[in-house]
Design a protein around this ligand. Structure first.
Ligand code: UDP
Length: 192
């Protein structure tokens, strides 16, 4: 289910519901794309129609901001708790480790994704992080080929928002992963 806030869709699903849907997407070979929504993005999308279309194009818009919860409560909606980008990423890593799904980390400064990979491997024993790529490689073919060569199921893109979401929409048709999430500065947080 989704609720609309000033023209922007937001999912009412909890972490558990989203985790189940995302695993199903992978198992059924469906591509899906997660974007974190906060009031700042909703306001920016009021003037920027391209951004509005981009946000609404996502499969799952997660309510990453208390303002979205308050707005939902005020209009009698269902959203009662935040689903943050970083916690959704952690939940997906947990599911990936449990269900043998492969993960790729793309973005952040050179070395950061590798460090994040180490930390995630410690935290989620058995997780298969099949590749990393820093976010300052300019050759799109190099990036796409590196990702596809390791055939991941889940791709986390950490280029900052909304650049990462534009990148996902532009490339997801030619990429192997099924689940895509723009995670902003999360690799910096995880690696630090
Ligand atoms: N970044 C990148 N390539 C770029 C620009 C930024 O990989 O060309 C990375 C940057 O190193 C950082 C992340 O994108 O890890 C952006 O983090 P920020 O917290 O600014 O993003 P937000 O969460 O605010 O969208």
């Amino acid at each position: 289910m989704k609720e609309k806030f000033l023209g922007i869709d937001v999912c009412t699903d909890t972490y558990d519901q989203l985790a189940a849907k995302l695993l199903e997407d992978i198992n059924h070979n469906r591509k899906s794309f997660i974007v974190a929504i906060n009031p700042e993005k909703i306001m920016k999308a009021q003037e920027d129609m391209e951004l509005r279309d981009l946000l609404n194009k996502a499969t799952y818009q997660i309510p990453d901001g208390i303002g979205v919860i308050l707005a939902s409560m005020m209009k009698g909606g269902k959203i009662r708790s935040r689903v943050t980008g970083i916690d959704m990423m952690m939940r997906l890593c947990k599911e990936a480790a449990l269900h043998g799904k492969k993960v790729f980390l793309y973005g952040a400064k050179p070395g950061v994704a590798d460090e994040a990979k180490k930390k995630l491997e410690e935290r989620f024993p058995g997780i298969q992080i099949v590749g990393t790529m820093h976010g300052y490689e300019k050759n799109e073919n190099v990036i796409v080929n590196a990702i596809n060569a390791s055939n991941p199921d889940i791709l986390f893109v950490a280029l900052g928002s909304p650049a990462q979401e534009y990148w996902i929409v532009k490339h997801m048709d030619s990429l192997a992963p099924k689940v895509y999430q723009g995670v902003g500065g999360s690799f910096d947080v995880v690696s630090g």
